[in-house]
Design a binder for this molecule. Structure first.
Ligand code: GLA
Length: 371
């Protein structure tokens, strides 16, 4: 069986497993199949408890064309200490994805925030030549991970969240103290390119279209311009797309956005020759009303408007949600809704039922121009 046929067969089996007894087999195409008509791939992150859930895996095999390991490729998961790499969890996830015909993209070679570094790295003794030691550690990590998955992962978030949203400046960490922030980022991209010459190399960040994010957007732009100027091999911008979060909107009501500034930002990014990806989308409904019908409608409409704003760019050919169903969304563990109810931020609900946002994503994909 070819990978595609095998996947189709698995998709049908997955759909059957999700059916209520007596219901006819759903003929509706999955989101990735809809996107494929336009040259767009659709996927989700997967990992942890979600990966243990056979029904959830079946839904993903049915609806998605690719996954990103949720945490399994981060330093904290791969690096128990300065000398060791542990690929067991990442490899299991990637092996499953490949076995059902799903692509996998990598996330992330360097999450450039001190609080996301493993404890041993924060406490590491950089010795008498701190510059050389920092460069050695970073180069070893990136070349080992990117090299291992060269030819397996077609795209990787090389650096994640290097820009401080409060200042627009590059963040400082124990690696930037000896090397400088620009050098750290350059080393990560150059090492990744050398280790995996055909991999798409992505800078990933959460800069948003909601009010109060101008400084963050201009900081990301400044970084990308500097990378291009120095000839650092960056191919694309990953737009995380955690939209609707009260903190990101600077206190403005849900749904408020600055479309003009957002468009100007995307024009500047694509004008540099960079591609775009939506890497971690979800809609935070924390402050929306309790009523589920109204809440789901608002989430769906907002998701559609956001995707439409991006899909006008032919440079965008990949959309991933950060969780396909509400039960495994990281947002459930974040600050609770005032009414204590579960959040409804992903295309599918707690019982894997499709919600209006699922149809909004399908409509945005159908409405996109051919890539
Ligand atoms: C960031 C990271 C992701 C994930 C989310 C939610 O966006 O890039 O890896 O951890 O936060 O926690």
């Amino acid at each position: 069986m070819t990978g595609f046929n095998r996947r189709e067969a698995l998709g049908a089996a997955a759909a059957a497993a999700l059916l209520v007894p007596g219901q006819a087999l759903a003929a509706a195409p999955g989101l990735d199949a809809i996107g494929k008509q336009r040259g767009i791939r659709f996927g989700t992150c997967l990992g942890g408890r979600g990966f243990q859930d056979a029904r959830y895996r079946a839904l993903i095999a049915e609806q998605c064309g690719l996954i990103a390991p949720e945490n399994e490729l981060k330093w904290q998961a791969l690096r128990p200490d300065a000398k060791t790499f542990d690929f067991a969890r990442a490899d299991a996830l990637i092996a499953w994805a490949k076995s059902v015909g799903l692509g996998v993209r990598g996330h992330t070679l360097l999450w450039q925030k001190t609080e996301r570094y493993p404890k041993w790295l924060i406490e590491h003794d950089f010795g008498t030549s701190p510059r050389a030691e920092a460069e050695r550690l970073l180069t070893e990590h990136v070349s080992t991970v990117a090299g291992r998955y060269a030819g397996v992962l077609a795209s990787f978030d090389v650096v994640n969240e290097a820009v401080d949203e409060k200042t627009g400046e590059l963040r400082e960490t124990v690696l930037t103290t000896p090397l400088g922030a620009e050098t750290v980022i350059d080393i990560a991209f150059r090492t990744a390119r050398a280790a995996a010459p055909h991999m798409q190399l992505v800078y990933n960040d959460y800069m948003s279209w909601e009010p109060g994010n101008q400084l963050h957007r201009s900081g990301v732009l400044k970084l990308l311009e500097a990378l291009k100027k120095r000839g650092t091999p960056v191919d694309a911008l990953g737009i995380q797309s955690h939209i609707g979060a009260p903190g990101r909107g600077n206190g403005a009501p849900f749904g408020t956005r600055d479309e003009k500034a957002w468009r100007a930002f995307l024009d500047d990014v694509t004008g540099m020759g960079l591609k775009l990806l939506v890497t971690e989308m979800d809609v935070n409904d924390k402050l929306l009303p309790t009523d589920i019908v109204a809440r789901d409608r608002a989430v769906a409409d907002y998701a559609k408007a956001f995707l439409d704003s991006l899909l006008i760019y032919p440079q965008l050919d990949t959309i991933l949600f950060w969780g396909l169903a509400d039960n495994y969304s990281w947002l459930q563990g974040l600050t609770p809704r005032p009414d204590g109810l579960a959040k409804r931020c992903c295309p599918y609900g707690m019982d894997y039922e499709p919600k209006p946002i699922r149809e909004a994503v399908a409509a945005a994909l159908r409405g996109a121009a051919q890539r």
